[in-house]
Design a protein around this ligand. Structure first.
Ligand code: IMP
Length: 422
């Protein structure tokens, strides 16, 4: 299957990095199609751990690694990341960035931080990396793109125009310091030296790869429920992580996509604010958090933990057109006698639904309808195939398949590459 999209099926942090890393071994090109350094993918290779924020996870395997037009690029983060990987012996020479991707500028980060502060209790809980303000400028058609740094005159002009407005906004509305034109322009002219070497026509590159029958992997950042249009708005990111975002974010037609693999944890986590029906009440939440090491890669924040939510996953199957699932971190559940799974939501009028509510207040007030499955209480990280899992663990996976009507193609039972069972 030449074109595969890998997409987070929950609220992010499902372990996509590891799955992408695994599939990248058999791919020729790996692409990021949306998001920016709000993503944080952890990849364990042997005894080395890589934390990737800006580049596609395929970079670890030295693959052609594309950052598409739908992405937002913080040049400082990207360049530091590539330098660090180079220093660790990873070949980053095949990274290509779309000239149409938008640049995160210092004021985007300042506005993200100030706006969250100002929202107080109503804050979204963003990663404060400038993602939302950068996409907002893109939609307002006042953004600065990667290709703009290629011409110092255009770059300076665009920064000057932007600062004339952003500084007023920062100083008068948010009461924080503005930015100096010369300082920002010099800094970004410096980044241009690296960006110039890696900018390319990524839509054409991917099109040609597909036409030549090469294997291309599209790596979603964030996840389905954080999608700007189809997620739990306003507690979402500002781009489209869902599978169709791969087509718009890279610049290929949707008919080119052959396969969509959803990645879901065997339980659920969520960072930031917003409703979370299957969130665990009581001490099991902290127990699960510690067992699963559920602390943010980018922000270090504690992740909220819940039992598996099949209503939300059913929705992910629908909006992404998932053709299969990878169920990660099944080993983390090995410590529990019983495993509640949310199979439906009970709504305010007492009715039950298997479907994700279309209206926010229904979702806000939804409570889970549980079905309790048996735990297995034994280590499973030594299993070499799905057949070697203890029976209750196999039943857990089969239950997910039956409820969602989608095959579970991969099962994660530990941190390393060898811990993914096909
Ligand atoms: P932003 O993407 O920084 O604007 O944050 C918006 C929302 O998306 C917040 O709830 C973040 O916690 C969440 N978010 C963004 N990136 C990730 C991620 O990689 N994993 C999990 N949540 C994320």
């Amino acid at each position: 299957m030449p074109a595969t999209v890998v997409v987070g099926a929950q609220w992010g942090d499902e372990g996509k990095g590891k799955i992408v890393d695994l599939l990248a071994q058999h791919s020729d090109v790996v692409c990021r199609y949306q998001g920016g350094p709000n993503a944080g993918h952890t990849i364990v290779v042997g005894d080395e751990t890589f934390k990737i924020r800006a580049a596609p996870s395929g970079v670890i395997s030295g693959k052609v690694s594309v950052i598409g037009a739908g992405c937002v690029v913080d040049p400082e983060v990207l360049i530091d990341e590539l330098d660090e990987l180079d220093a660790r012996g990873i070949d980053t020479s095949k990274v290509v960035v779309s000239g149409n991707a938008h640049l995160i500028m210092p004021w985007h980060i300042a506005i993200d931080q100030a706006s969250e502060r100002r929202l107080g209790k109503l804050q979204i809980g963003t990663t404060r990396r400038g993602i939302g303000p950068c996409y907002a400028d893109k939609a307002s058609r006042i953004g600065i793109r990667v290709q703009d740094v290629l011409d110092p005159k255009i770059l300076r002009q665009k920064i000057e125009v932007a600062l004339a407005e952003k500084n007023v906004w920062l100083e008068r509305v948010y009461e924080v310091e503005g930015f100096d034109l010369d300082e920002v322009a010099t800094r970004y002219e410096g980044y241009a030296r690296t960006l110039r070497q890696i900018v390319g026509d990524t839509s054409l590159l991917v099109d040609e790869a597909l036409t030549a029958g090469k294997d291309v992997l599209f790596e979603g950042a964030q996840a389905t429920l954080l999608d700007l249009d189809h997620g739990t708005y306003p507690f979402v990111t500002s781009s489209n992580p869902i599978a169709s975002g791969a087509a718009t974010g890279i610049g290929i037609g949707p008919t080119r996509i052959d396969r969509v693999l959803g990645v879901a944890k065997a339980y659920v986590t969520r960072v930031g604010e917003g409703p979370f029906p299957s969130e665990i009440e009581g001490s099991n939440q902290e127990r699960l958090r510690n067992l699963g090491g559920e602390f943010g890669t980018v922000t270090g924040r504690s992740r909220r933990c819940g039992w598996l939510d099949l209503v939300a996953l059913r929705y992910a199957v629908r909006v992404n057109g998932l053709t299969s699932l990878a169920l990660t971190k099944l080993d983390v559940l090995s410590d529990f006698d019983e495993l509640p799974v949310c199979v439906a939501y009970r709504l305010r009028d007492g009715s039950q639904t298997p479907h994700f509510p279309a209206h926010q207040s229904d979702f806000h007030h939804a409570t889970p309808v549980w079905e309790t499955l048996a735990g297995w209480r034994e280590a499973i990280d030594g299993a070499a195939s799905r057949m070697e899992l203890p029976e209750p663990a196999r039943r857990y996976v089969e239950f997910v398949e039956r409820e969602l009507k989608v095959p579970v193609e991969l099962v994660g039972v530990g941190a390393g590459r060898q811990h993914v069972l096909a």
